[in-house]
Design a protein around this ligand. Structure first.
Ligand code: URA
Length: 199
């Protein structure tokens, strides 16, 4: 149920999709990355969470939201009364994009072509799972699901119809972690309250 559906949605169940995505060459991000970070969670999940793109930790472990942002997300889900084990968690872009600076790998945002190339996987995940609720974390995720006109600050936390489901977008947990002082506490509260709408 994406605003801009990809021309072709890959066939097969989630295990098949995961295997196919491992060999995806639809954009150049696969080459420097360690591996594809596919979504994870129950095939019959009622809730799908869509993050932005795999980070450094995710690239190494091959699993979504296992770094600092993932820890905060799991903590907030628990606080909001949502069992993280019942949620399917994935990303709009399934490879880590980075710039090597000495030993450090600095996160780089996937460009429009890379996002478009990857959208087939998100479309296939949503098509196979058919969740009741889709929660986008951050503007990149929201624009891949709702289209480029989506504005996170204006539309945050509002459910919108999404082809048989309800979708909404909220802050990305990384945005909470990056925010200074009081702003950080406020964003954390917003995110917890938005997630609590699922409980
Ligand atoms: N940030 C994301 O958007 N996704 C991850 O998997 C990890 C961090």
């Amino acid at each position: 149920p994406l605003a801009k559906p990809p021309p072709e949605i890959p066939a097969g169940d989630l295990a098949t999709l995961r295997r196919k995505a491992r060999g995806c060459r639809a954009c150049p991000l696969w080459a420097p990355a360690t591996q594809t970070v596919f979504g994870e969670g129950p095939a019959d999940a009622r809730v799908v969470m869509v993050g932005e793109q795999a980070g450094d930790r995710e690239d190494i472990e091959g699993r979504p939201f296992v770094g600092p942002a993932g820890r905060l997300l799991h903590e907030l889900l628990e606080e909001a009364g949502v069992d993280p084990a019942e949620v399917y968690i994935t990303n709009a872009v399934k490879h880590f994009k980075f710039e090597q600076r000495g030993k450090a790998r600095l996160h780089k945002r996937a460009n429009a072509a890379e996002q478009t190339a990857c959208r087939r996987w998100l479309a296939a995940e949503l098509d196979r799972i058919r969740p009741r609720h889709v929660v986008c974390l951050g503007a990149l995720a929201a624009q891949n699901v709702f289209g480029n006109a989506f504005r996170l600050t204006a539309q945050r936390g509002q459910w919108q119809p999404l082809a048989g489901a309800q979708g909404m977008a909220t802050w990305h947990p990384s945005a909470v972690l990056r925010a200074p002082g009081e702003r950080r506490a406020a964003l954390r509260d917003d995110l917890r309250e938005d997630l609590a709408r699922l409980a």
